[in-house]
Design a binder for this molecule. Structure first.
Ligand code: DC
Length: 222
């Protein structure tokens, strides 16, 4: 069983994917974390994010592994756990830059396919191109979307302590910028697969979204 969940930042993908994986006993793999890990490494090495040749060379000396755990995926970069370093605004912006390069994507997709196919009872894989490129044969495909304001608001609420940082307006602006880059890049732009169920979550509770996708999964299992 392969479940593909795609959508932009703040659409609820991670929460929905984690809940479904738990409910149906599937492995949950968060592919955005892999782009974040590569971006983090590039920042450490001083690699120019927009330099396709340099970024492609970096993939050749990088091993990224997602290790599923009860509190989500741990991200192992060249054997070191970098999970807690990947959610800063700097890494978030950098990940969107490194993900435009076709050769970087080809490398990521190969890794993601092999991780997904190794999952014994199936996988819920979450990202931007899972239903279109990584697993076009997925049995269940969902594309979650929401207004940019709703997504900015959710990310702002998730930020935790207000002193952690950014204003709602700033977060919303950054999401809009990332969206534009993710949706207009030439290599596998963010868009729903024609056979995906598109759910606008702007006015829906996460429980309602989870229930809707769970019903799809139940139907696909029969
Ligand atoms: O889901 P996320 O915010 O952690 O993703 C970080 C960046 O990685 C995002 O800007 C787009 C990119 N990404 C991608 O291009 N393809 C994926 N399958 C997952 C993420």
């Amino acid at each position: 069983m392969i479940v593909a969940i795609d959508g932009p930042a703040g659409s609820g993908k991670s929460t929905v994917a984690a809940a479904l994986a738990k409910q149906f006993g599937l492995l949950n793999l968060e592919t955005g974390a892999m782009y974040r890990a590569l971006a983090w490494k590039a920042l450490q090495h001083g690699t120019t994010l927009d330099d396709a040749t340099a970024m492609t060379a970096l993939t050749g000396e990088t091993i990224i592994h997602l290790e599923p755990g009860s509190a989500g995926n741990r991200v192992l970069l060249d054997g070191t756990d970098v999970t807690d370093l990947l959610r800063t605004p700097e890494v978030t912006a950098a990940a969107s830059h490194v993900s435009v390069h076709p050769a970087v994507r080809t490398w990521m997709v190969a890794e993601q396919r092999s991780m997904g196919l190794r999952a014994p009872s199936g996988v819920v894989m979450e990202g931007r191109d899972i239903g279109t490129v990584v697993f076009p044969q997925a049995k269940v495909k969902v594309f979650l979307d929401a207004s940019v304001e709703a997504r900015g608001d959710r990310r702002f609420q998730q930020q935790g302590s207000p002193s952690a940082g950014e204003s709602k307006e700033q977060i919303t602006r950054e999401i809009a910028e990332r969206d534009a880059r993710d949706r207009t890049r030439e290599a596998s732009p963010l868009k729903p697969s024609p056979d995906a169920m598109v759910i606008d979550t702007t006015e829906l509770s996460l429980d309602a979204v989870i229930a809707r996708v769970a019903a799809l999964l139940e139907a696909a299992r029969k």
